[in-house]
Design a protein. Structure first.
Length: 569
């Protein structure tokens, strides 16, 4: 069946009374009025105990009204920031919905962050309030004195022990909501008001905060472009995500498309390979997203006679190893739709859209009316099958919608676009790729210095900074080693560091791990550690990490996994 993206978009916009100035809060109220009793969210709280929670469109409206009124009562004002440090849960969505209703911007915080990394985000974002899960309170208390801007702290105590008590002036999210009105709030929302800050991994320095605005959330939304280009969500579909809501994929490619298209959303706390297909079968899931090592872990599960007995028809994947694509499709009887996109990607994307002619391993092709090329640093188009930077043409009429804005960083914002000698503007992806003779794009590597481990992008710089704080360390270099190089069968990186000690100093790998483990997110802690005499450097004294990567793991390299040194999440 052929779908017209423009026709579907027009139908949805007319049905929901969406205009260029429609706000998200208005959409939430409208859906509560027209389909209020329809279930939107099913949260799998404990699959093994058969415990789930269902929330209708009316529930989402009234719950977010309660929290919106509660936040206003506590002094929050339009234009102020609310940091959200929370696990997957209905409460996560209540917070995001309510903040948009009162004109506050949400700062999405990775739950793995702690120490200096957490402090930087809370401080840089100018957050006035912090809403967090009760299990993360200790991380906040350790840096509390360094956060003068945080005036209000609210904890989600759902599932906390019955005798658990909040201290240090922290309020209960449940109490704030229960004591507030379900009435609609009346706050003027302007298109230029900030809606969300989402932090990058900070590959070349401090993390950058990608800024979304209310004017781009619904009225001139990028969501529908992604929705119909990648997913082609149809009535009767059921979407499932187990990915963290603080990342762009779970929110932008599953939660919001489900809400926007009025199809059920199944949400679980985290990824579980052993329960994954049972969840899909129980809730009749038709579509989900694969990221990172998920396909490998799912294929590693023992084959079952009922592997094919599921209603999943389409799976959106990013960089699934080509040798696994056909194996996954054949075993589970579905179609993998490969794609490419980024939260700070200006809304540009590539997708195979399930085209049977798409070469295995390709990221796909651009959607309708989008031009993508492979160029060198001077914006010269390269020959087919030549490695260069993936770029997208920014049309004159799309400049405002395609603009990438980093909070308090106009220089970085401006650097995402470049004007060619012919006067045309191009969006720079920062990724290396190739394009074949038939227009199919293939990912090669990240142009930036970052590491991807178990679905998490991280800055090498952020790891090096913590290691270099040790009194015995002269300098260090963090980099990714492809997992397959060390006997693993997933298509991501393992974190490795090369460390140079100060003259006369000695240190064990365990000493270093003891020092850094509480200052880094669990996924940032290196698996491999090499103590070496000197780092390879260029004539201008830049560390040449390619030589370290080529050297890889040697006999003298410390392997944290083999040593049995465990890192708690």
């Amino acid at each position: 069946m052929a779908f017209s993206v423009d026709t579907i978009r027009k139908t949805i916009r007319e049905k929901n009374n969406i205009t260029p100035t429609t706000t998200f809060g208005e959409l939430v109220r409208h859906k509560a009025e027209i389909i209020g009793d329809k279930v939107f969210l099913t949260f799998v709280r404990d699959f093994d105990k058969n415990i789930d929670e269902k929330y209708t469109y009316k529930d989402m409206h009234l719950k977010s009204n309660q929290l919106a009124n509660g936040l206003l009562k506590l002094g929050m004002k339009r234009g102020e920031g609310i940091a959200l440090y929370q696990i997957n849960s209905p409460e996560f969505l209540f917070v995001t919905f309510s903040s948009n209703k009162i004109g506050c911007y949400i700062v999405l915080v990775n739950t793995g962050m702690k120490g200096d990394g957490l402090q930087y985000i809370l401080d840089h974002s100018d957050s006035k309030a912090l809403i967090l899960h009760w299990t993360l309170i200790e991380n906040y208390l350790k840096i509390k004195e360094q956060l003068p801007n945080i005036k209000l702290v609210i904890a989600d105590t759902n599932e906390a022990p019955s005798d658990y008590e909040l201290t240090n002036g922290i309020l209960s999210l449940q109490d704030v909501m229960e004591e507030a009105s379900e009435d609609d709030v009346n706050v003027e929302i302007r298109p230029g008001d900030k809606s969300t800050l989402m932090y990058t991994s900070g590959t070349t320095g401090l993390p950058k905060a990608i800024t979304s605005f209310h004017g781009g959330l619904i009225g001139n939304s990028l969501v529908d472009r992604i929705l119909y280009t990648f997913l082609l969500v149809q009535p009767g579909d059921t979407l499932f995500t187990c990915l963290p809501l603080f990342h762009g994929n779970a929110m932008g490619l599953t939660t919001m498309p489900a809400y926007y298209r009025e199809v059920p959303l199944i949400l679980s706390k985290r990824f579980s390979a052993s329960r994954f297909w049972d969840i899909c079968r129980k809730y009749e899931v038709t579509e989900f997203n694969l990221l990172g090592s998920m396909p490998q872990f799912l294929l590693k599960q023992l084959k079952r006679p009922n592997d094919e007995e599921n209603k999943v028809t389409r799976v959106l994947s990013a960089a699934c190893p080509k040798e696994l694509v056909r194996a996954f499709e054949e075993r589970f009887k579905l179609t993998i739709i490969e794609g490419y996109g980024a939260v700070d990607g200006g809304g540009f994307s590539l997708s195979t859209r399930g085209d049977p002619k798409a070469p295995v391993g390709s990221m796909g092709q651009p959607g309708p009316n989008v031009i993508a090329e492979i160029m060198d640093d001077d914006l010269n188009i390269l020959e087919p099958n030549t490695v260069g930077e993936l770029v997208f043409l920014i049309k004159e009429e799309e400049k405002a919608a395609r603009k990438v804005s980093y909070y308090k960083n106009p220089e970085a914002s401006a650097a995402r676009a470049k004007v060619a000698p012919d006067g045309r503007s191009w969006f720079l992806s920062g990724d290396l790729a190739t394009k074949d003779e038939n227009g199919w794009f293939f990912f090669v590597d990240r142009k930036k210095d970052s590491i991807r481990r178990r679905g998490e992008n991280m800055a090498a710089w952020s790891i090096e900074r913590v290691i270099n704080e040790h009194d015995k360390v002269l300098e260090s270099a963090a980099y990714g080693i492809k997992a397959h190089q060390v006997g693993e069968d997933y298509a991501e990186d393992e974190v490795m560091v090369a460390v140079v000690l100060k003259p006369g100093e000695t240190m064990t790998p365990e000493d270093l791990l003891d020092f850094i483990k509480d200052k880094l997110a669990y996924f940032q802690v290196p698996r491999f550690i090499d103590f070496i005499d000197a780092l390879p450097k260029s004539k201008v004294h830049r560390i040449m990490k390619r030589f370290l990567k080529e050297r890889g793991v040697v006999d003298s390299t410390y392997d944290r996994d083999k040593a049995g040194y465990e890192i708690k999440r």
